[in-house]
Ligand binder design. Sequence first.
Ligand SMILES: Nc1ncnc2c1ncn2[C@@H]1O[C@H](COP(=O)(O)OP(=O)(O)OP(=O)(O)O)[C@@H](O)[C@H]1O
Ligand SMILES: [Mg+2]
Length: 340
Amino acid sequence: MSKIEHKLIGESNAYLSVLEQVSQLTRLNRPVLIVGERGTGKELIAERLHFLSDRWAKPLIKMNCAALSDALLESELFGHEAGAFTGASKRHIGRFERADGGTLFLDELATMSMKTQEKILRFIEYGDFERLGGSVAQKVDVRLVAATNEDLPSLAEEGKFRHDLLDRLAFDVVTLPPLRERPEDIILLAEFFAISMCKELGLAYFPGFSNAAKQDLMDHSWPGNIRELKNAVERSVYRQQEADQPLGRILLDPFASPFRLRQIEREPQPAKHRSDATTQKNMSFPPDFKDACQQQEIQWIEAALHKAKFNQKDAARMLGLTYHQLRALLRKYAMVQKTE
Ligand SMILES: Nc1ncnc2c1ncn2[C@@H]1O[C@H](COP(=O)(O)OP(=O)(O)OP(=O)(O)O)[C@@H](O)[C@H]1O
Ligand SMILES: [Mg+2]
């Protein structure tokens, strides 16, 4: 699929007003800043800004500013002359020049050094820059679109981002809503990803989501937003055993396994507990330690479920677990059917 064919799914008011703002911005040549949590679709919005503008036939050049060290990023963006530094045997044309006539997308902008920020500021002010080791000002016609999941005004307050660059870049700011703020779009997106996955697997059709799967989709808070939803749906579709049955559950956690590796979570017990000699002396031990621990877990889970009138979210909260962790335990102890 070529980039231009990327379909943007979403009918919630929050998302539609973003698309409306983007349509308006395509008519201008000013820099645009796209902000939003990880996985909310910032890159797709940057692509839309380019392909709907009259620059669409010219290059859209992308640069992930977090992927390179300061020096490399500078030479990658602005290019360098032969001999500019050790190892620079040939002239290198940077991304600003390659984007001439089109759009330069600066992703993960917040990680950029102050020096590179200064050069970008100069480009926005005067439309030119110099290659590293060069002395001739290069003029290019490039529209800048930048994206970040950091709060740039706070970084500017902390002295980590230039206020003046922020002012110039933020001619207009497109803020993408997190998925949890657009619940109307969750099933819509999930169906879109499920159908694409079925096509990829060569299946004739997607038989739909079961009610339990829909509930899984709606109950989760999607901290990784659309990317997380896409992965979870695709994983669930391809792991589904019966291709003609509605999808039973959404496999939210790819790490869920009884053999999962865990960090040691607990702090050592405070000394007074450990050295309580009387308690230790009077303690009796279970014949099967693991079994006793599991029985204890089951008792606590059952008690919490009863207390929460079988609302799993509330029960998880009572136990100090995430909804996920509780679901994993319910599955581990085959308590899922009992509670649904
Ligand atoms: N409206 C949408 N409709 C369909 N798919 C979408 C939509 N928005 C995002 N996606 C998909 O979600 C995934 C994440 O999108 P994208 O890479 O644009 O997010 P991002 O905000 O740039 O993430 P990050 O902050 O991690 O770089 C991609 O696979 C993208 O195709
Ligand atoms: Mg991105």
